[in-house]
Design a protein around this ligand. Sequence first.
Ligand code: 6PG
Length: 254
Amino acid sequence: MTSRSDAVDIEVFETDLLYHEAADLFADAANQAVSDRSVFTVALAGGKTPEPLYSLLACKYRESVPWAKSHIFFSDERCVPPDHRDSNFGMANRVLLYKVPVPSSSIHRMKGEIDSVQAAAEYERCICQVCKVVEQRVPVFDLMILGMGGDGHTASIFPCTDTINETEHLVAAVHDPEHRHNRITFTPPVILAARRIMVLVTGEEKAETLARVLNGPYEPHELPIQILRNAQGQVTWFVDPDAAEDLEPASRIA
Ligand code: 6PG
């Protein structure tokens, strides 16, 4: 099932096909970026949902992506060392990054092992430098990969926190007592500036929240991922049937 408005696609696929479609989009975005600008900048999501995508990219799609011209970033990170079991970098490195020929200098991880405020400031400088931000101030990533938490968060922008209103900084330190670790996260301005955004949502436990996010009233303070309604680029939601079960047939997006 596909539901489209001009800038938002909702693609519902059985799980295996979902990840192949997502990998196709990744490869398409990468080759288009290299063709247009000789470089591909992508921010990876953490959590469990994207792991099968990263596995596909490391094997079946290994030759379909211009890895040597790609710069890999992260949309958020837990404040743990890179080899910690909860590290988003650690997962992506284990499943994808050490298996593909991305130059190590082109892999830009958030330093979860240092003070979160210092790490956020350092990463903000990094993304501006690598994405060659000058006047427009906000880096424009070619592809932003995001997940959705059961509470409607994305990256580490959690409900009822100040991060949702952050416009001064591009990267923020997040202290959220409800979550095991402090976090470092992209803020809305840099997420919304991306040329393409891919959101991966699977599992029946997310169905109710996804229906509220896509079909319900705009309440981003409670459902932070609803900020994607203001995205400047194309947003593609890849959803499996379990997560889609409560969606209206032709999902209202705007
Ligand atoms: C993180 C992610 C976070 C994640 C959602 C969904 O660091 O955990 O950035 O935003 O995408 O919490 O997590 P799952 O994919 O594990 O359900």
